[in-house]
Design a protein around this ligand. Structure first.
Ligand SMILES: [Zn+2]
Length: 193
């Protein structure tokens, strides 16, 4: 697990002074403040997704942020580990829990490139994650907006704040390029080349 800070991002652009003032004033909300400014943390989640793609796994990546620091990382490793639970979010949440030595992640934000599935939203609720930020929708399996809206189900006892669409295009592109590559490889194999 690596630790990252958003200083490189924050030191760019015209709003340096305002951003740094806000960070000093309210460091625990720094990650929320940075969300609309550039998706720094989603960029790190995309790095995780690229790691998955390099292993020929479906490229989904996630990071967990606490007080502005990345304390958990994960990418999809289902094929590598042959485990049905080895989704990016689960691995990042486990990493964060180990770091904090607690199952309660109620002050953490989870960034993930793809809308989480039923299992991963279940884990997000169990871990009491404060905020979920995701990149693109998953029309076939998403449990935040697409198929179910579990984060706002009044029958459940935890409702994380949700932000979507951060680096949406990049998050969708890495997936579409991965599946286009698979189809292309299949065509080549079928043609006997
Ligand atoms: Zn999942």
């Amino acid at each position: 697990m690596a630790t990252s800070t958003p200083f490189l991002f924050a030191l760019e652009g015209r709003s340096n002074f305002l951003i740094l003032t806000f960070m000093l004033w309210s460091p625990e909300r720094m990650s929320d403040f940075l969300i609309p400014l550039g998706g720094y943390y989603m960029g790190l989640a995309l790095d995780e997704a690229r790691s998955a793609a390099e292993k020929e796994e479906v490229p989904v990546g996630a990071v967990v942020v606490f007080n502005g620091r990345v304390i958990g990382r994960g990418h999809n490793r289902r094929e590598e580990l042959q485990r049905p639970f080895a989704h990016a979010e689960i691995l990042a949440l486990e990493d964060a829990s180990l770091h904090l030595k607690s199952w309660r992640l109620h002050e953490c934000t989870l960034y993930v490139t793809l809308e989480p599935c039923i299992m991963c939203v279940g884990a997000i609720l169990q871990a009491r994650v404060q905020r979920l930020v995701f990149g693109c929708l998953d029309p076939k399996g998403g449990a935040v907006e697409s198929l179910y809206r579990l984060c706002e189900d009044s029958r459940l006892n935890h409702h994380p704040a949700v932000t979507r669409g951060i680096l949406e295009k990049e998050c969708a592109t890495i997936l579409s390029e991965f599946f286009a590559g698979l189809r292309s490889n299949k065509r080549i194999a079928n043609s006997g080349e």
